[in-house]
Design a protein around this ligand. Structure first.
Ligand SMILES: *[C@@H]1O[C@H](CO)[C@@H](O)[C@H](O)[C@H]1NC(C)=O
Ligand SMILES: *[C@@H]1O[C@H](CO)[C@@H](O)[C@H](O)[C@H]1NC(C)=O
Ligand SMILES: *[C@@H]1O[C@H](CO)[C@@H](O)[C@H](O)[C@H]1NC(C)=O
Length: 414
């Protein structure tokens, strides 16, 4: 009898757990998307951070990544629920060799904004290992460790991860994806950084731009393959997996490289990806049409939770580059034209794909000409275009109530 009782309790608990999982997995905007946007500000004509708040909300994005810790931005986004990744520029890496400088940085740039502003990650340096400056490479891990230790000291390490973003040129081999390896000359730095990320449960950040591959080689690289359009794809001879878009191939190449260094345990975050809406004459492919296809399809894929061929369960964690066109960025014209929004806050191109259902390609979409928000959540959303943060909070509350109810039922019955 006693035995039987326990068995039923167990069954109930298991069903409660399954129900809970279902709740979490079904059509939940909160869990279906981890869409972020890079908020770069190398410009002198942008809307104020206060004016940027409704723009960001209109996209449905729930995360922003900065390249600094701009106080005006952090204040403007207080109580919005938007989660921030802060940046620390390469120029600070040498200073951060000093633990007290790291503490001071947290004290000045993080603590004053908590908890009203949600800060969840700090990316130290950008593409340091491919910057040619080997002295800088040597500073990377100690800087990360010192910032992490400072977070521990302030009891913030469970809330804020510490990481660094890499360029795809840290790869020695990336094709076929299964052969992916990091540059062997970087292993001495890369391995301990990966150990650190694993130990602190922090993600590996990679900036991945299929646009660059296409631009460099438009004759050999298929535009459909880089823009997520229907195409026959290519088979990875190493594992027979078929790839029909370049971003997935790039992500899986990084995964293979991580695996080879013993770190399948470190999750991959795409810290930058995007497509320019304008470029120089020789920058083939830079156009509003292609930018719309790339970013539109990317966001659909994130929502559909498709995973990649080598990681079918992969949960996309992506930051689109960028929020605004940035008029003061040096380099080719494309560099100043990655924005989802122009400097005046109007959309750079129409990314609306309302009522999005079905296909992985946006080619069947007929845009209405009305300026719809670039990314939207499932149709259940009452406001149609985007999910106001209050609804997200309501959703969280619904889940919490469900949990309480379920455990309540358990207690009442047994
Ligand atoms: C790195 O060095 C190479 C060769 O010296 C140079 O062409 C390249 O522009 C440098 N890259 C950076 C990011 O400084
Ligand atoms: C385009 O032309 C400029 C100037 O000649 C050159 O520096 C750049 O590398 C070219 N870009 C591509 C993608 O070929
Ligand atoms: C999109 O819809 C508009 C108006 O409904 C129509 O005039 C236009 O031809 C359609 N475009 C495409 C590509 O189907």
């Amino acid at each position: 009898m006693e035995h039987h009782h326990h068995f039923t309790t167990l069954l109930l608990h298991i069903s409660a757990l399954l129900l809970l999982l279902l709740l979490l997995l079904t059509n939940s905007p909160l869990f279906a998307t981890a869409i972020g946007i890079n908020y770069g500000q190398i410009a002198n004509n942008l809307p104020s951070p206060q004016q940027a708040v409704p723009l960001v909300k209109s996209t449905g994005a729930n995360k922003l990544k900065l390249y600094d810790a701009n106080p005006t931005v952090l204040k403007a986004f207080a109580n919005t629920g938007i989660a921030f990744t802060l940046g620390i520029g390469n120029e600070y890496l040498t200073k951060l060799q000093d633990p007290s400088a790291a503490e001071n940085w947290i004290q000045c740039n993080v603590k004053p904004y908590l908890p009203a502003t949600k800060i969840t990650s700090i990316a130290i340096g950008n593409e340091v290992l491919t910057s040619n400056d080997t002295s800088l490479s040597g500073c990377l891990l100690p800087a990360m460790q010192n910032i992490h230790s400072a977070l521990v000291k302030f009891n913030l390490d469970q809330k804020i991860t510490v990481t660094t973003a890499h360029s795809l040129s840290v790869m020695e081999t990336s094709y076929p994806p299964s052969s992916g390896t990091f540059r062997t000359d970087l292993n001495g730095v890369m391995s301990p950084v990966l150990d650190f990320l694993a130990k602190t449960c922090s993600p590996f950040l990679i900036n991945a731009y299929p646009f660059f591959a296409f631009e460099r080689n438009p004759k050999d690289v298929s535009l459909d393959f880089v823009l997520f359009q229907p195409n026959a794809g290519v088979v990875d001879s190493g594992n027979n997996l078929r790839y029909d878009n370049m971003l997935f191939a790039q992500i899986d190449a990084v995964y293979a490289a991580l695996s080879k260094l013993g770190h399948k345990d470190v999750p991959i975050q795409i810290s930058e990806t995007g497509w320019p809406s304008k470029g120089d004459d020789n920058e083939t492919g830079a156009s509003p049409e292609n930018a719309k296809k790339y970013n539109g399809c990317l966001l659909k894929i994130v929502k559909q939770k498709k995973g990649t061929p080598a990681m079918p369960d992969y949960e996309f964690d992506i930051f689109v580059f960028a929020l605004f066109n940035e008029n003061l960025k040096p380099g080719p014209t494309s560099e100043r034209n990655y924005g989802l929004f122009k400097h005046d806050g109007t959309p750079a191109y129409d990314l609306g794909f309302s009522g999005s259902s079905g296909g992985g390609s946006s080619s069947s979409h007929n845009s209405t000409g009305t300026p719809t928000p670039p990314f939207n959540f499932p149709p259940e959303n009452p406001s149609g275009g985007y999910m106001p943060i209050s609804s997200v909070e309501r959703y969280v509350m619904r889940i919490r109530i469900s949990i309480v109810l379920l455990s309540g039922v358990g207690w009442i019955l047994f």
